[in-house]
Design a protein around this ligand. Sequence first.
Ligand code: MN
Length: 502
Amino acid sequence: MEFKFDNYEVWFITGAQLLYGGDAVVAVDAHSNEMVKGLNDSGNLPVKVVYKGTANSSAEISEIMRAANGDPKCIGMITWMHTFSPAKMWIHGLMDFKKPLLHLHTQYNEKIPWSDIDMDFMNLNQSAHGDREFGHITSRLRKPRKVVVGYWKDKSTQEKISTWMRVCTGWADAQDMLIIRFGDNMNNVAVTDGDKVEAEIRLGYHVDNAPIATLVPYVNAVTEAEIDALVAEYEKVYDFAADCKKGAKKHQFVRDAAAQEIGLRRFLEDKGAKGFTTSFNELEGMKQLMGFASQRLMTEGYGFGAEGDWKTAALVRTMWVMGQGLPGGQSFLEDYTLNFDGENSSILQAHMLEINPDITGVKPRVEVHFLGIGDSKTCARLVFQAHSGKGIATTIVDMGNRFRMVVNEVEVIDPQPLPKLPVACALWKPMPNFEIGAGAWILAGGTHHSSFSFAVTTEMMEDYAEIADIEMLIIDKDTNIRQFKQNLRNNEVYYMLNKALR
Ligand code: MN
């Protein structure tokens, strides 16, 4: 799947007013141009910043905001007040504005020029109070936004903007995201289900059903030559178990999996889908559960959720977009089994088949085994263990009156060999430790499925929750259960009253 940050831009507007005369207007414009150029030339921002001018009136602000809403390339707006910008001017524009907002509290000038400073300087460099005036009206309007504070040339400031830009890209990508479901949620499972209408309203993506019978002809149409070519690619990048190699008795299952991969990719391309879910109970006409294909397509950027889990499929896709170009892979994972071991107590993360090999440092191994669950039959799969390192596990659950995102910072550690469990896996310790991490996740009602990433950060997920305006719970090194439970209770009240406030 092709993805390019170049397809997007973030707009930048400077707030000012005409009170200080023509010279000030000219200087504000020149400084803004210089700052935007500096941000673009820093090499620290994934998305191009486009300066859209200085806004000196309500009419100008509204015009820029309307244009931003209507321009598909524009994925967000950075605002900065060079001089004082009376914020009633911003009311209509901000109320109209529908895209992510970043308020940059910086100043053109880094240090006070102690010996030269005069009233002209003061009339120009008024971010100190101009940005507070702007902050007031965005707060008064209950407008979700990210506030970044820091000097614009500093790398740490640019990195915060970069983080937000990545999230804006993921957000924009989700607004026309289609998730295809082959089969329904696994019967009676609660946490992976939810309100698909509300998801489209709140999170942007559309979830659609596809009978597996519509996929079968795509798989059957794949030619032997196409399968030969793909299996040759597998042979280059993976090890093969002896009984799966060409000529060995289980090799045909690998070829069947290759046909599924090609057919499934074509199907998703025809539909314009960015993610999909599978079901081991809906495989009529398929030779095996599409586990190997799911592993391969996840690596390409397709969102994936098992057993009909469309929320996780969408989140896997969004986190793939947000992590583009950063080191460290990501995957769909499931809490599999526990390992009680004192301070090193951990959770084995795996699934029957569908783990993205991007999270391992070893060469994955192609294996074929019988899978007794549902109609899965005998399935090919890539087997490996994730490398160690810090990452995040995330989920979104439907609480009935709102979506709740839960993020748990985790430390992936090295597992023991698992000679009799032929699945891909990771082993992690949830932060701050197993007892509190797992306890908080369960109190929050988090899923047994998660979207895991070595690349995406908690800060990105915070920005995502802010843009989506959904509940966010973080479980990290500072979490304690008493405070966490209080947060849950506080949030219940907040979300009950939230609609009344807006
Ligand atoms: Mn599962």
